[in-house]
Write a protein that binds this ligand. Structure first.
Ligand SMILES: [Zn+2]
Length: 112
């Protein structure tokens, strides 16, 4: 299980490119303030994605998808939502049992 940190300071530091409310940096989940179970579930999905890609693979593909998305959609906010890891997390964050039932590498079915 992840370590949960609540820190406005850290999330502000990480808000270079887009404003960060909560972020998973394995093995931590860092949020700017108390968050609800759906945000927690969203971050837990990223936690699983990071584990299955040995963390570094996740950050590599996350950046790769983001750059691809910016080139394709010419909009950094659209590009963020089109990152395959984000598509999976947003689609399933309201299903609180999702991390227990998901198949590994489920993000692969999405397209930037
Ligand atoms: Zn996310």
């Amino acid at each position: 299980m992840p370590f949960i940190i609540t820190s406005k300071f850290i999330t502000k530091l990480l808000s270079i490119f887009i404003s960060v409310y909560a972020v998973t940096l394995y093995p931590f989940i860092i949020a700017s303030e108390q968050f609800d179970e759906f945000t927690m579930n969203h971050e837990l999905i990223h936690f699983e994605q990071q584990k299955e890609l040995f963390v570094i693979g996740f950050y590599f593909l996350y950046t790769y998808d983001l750059i691809n998305g910016i080139i394709k959609h010419k909009d950094k906010e659209v590009a963020y939502f089109m990152i395959r890891f984000e598509q999976e997390a947003y689609e399933h964050q309201n299903n609180l049992g999702y991390t227990f039932e998901r198949n590994k590498h489920s993000w692969k079915k999405y397209e930037v």
